[in-house]
Design a protein around this ligand. Sequence first.
Ligand SMILES: [Zn+2]
Length: 163
Amino acid sequence: MNTLTSGPEAPSFQPKKDYFEPMHTAEHILNQTMVRMFGCPRSRNAHIEKTKSKCDYELNASPSQDQIAEIEQKVNQIISQNLPVTCRMMTREEAAKISDTSKLPPDTGDMLRVVFVGEYDACPCIGKHVENTSQIGRFKITTWDWQPGRLRLRFKLEQGVAS
Ligand SMILES: [Zn+2]
């Protein structure tokens, strides 16, 4: 048990019926991968479900099939490092230095819960996550389409070890 994830300051969180921690944690890794590869913002339009999910990204040019394969490969490379997923309470100011806090609702309190995937990603989030990326499985992009300004990725998780 990770003591950083508990304690009186941990915000309460009611998971949705279909909430699935491995899928949501994969979303964090995918977001960071998209930011690094394309310099786009994290997805603001994500539908995360147990069996399949989709995320939209603001992209002005269509990625190539090779780039799509690279996204999948990179996400699996991170998952396969068996990184710890931890969280820390920090001030909004501290959080802004290591993550994008610009899209948080204005009524968010001054203390934020920031979720870390190893040293790869840091993101303010009140959701539930796996404790280690080894619990995610293999990330698979099922289909994708691009229209001017928007890339939609649909993905699922497969049993087994990511590679
Ligand atoms: Zn999260």
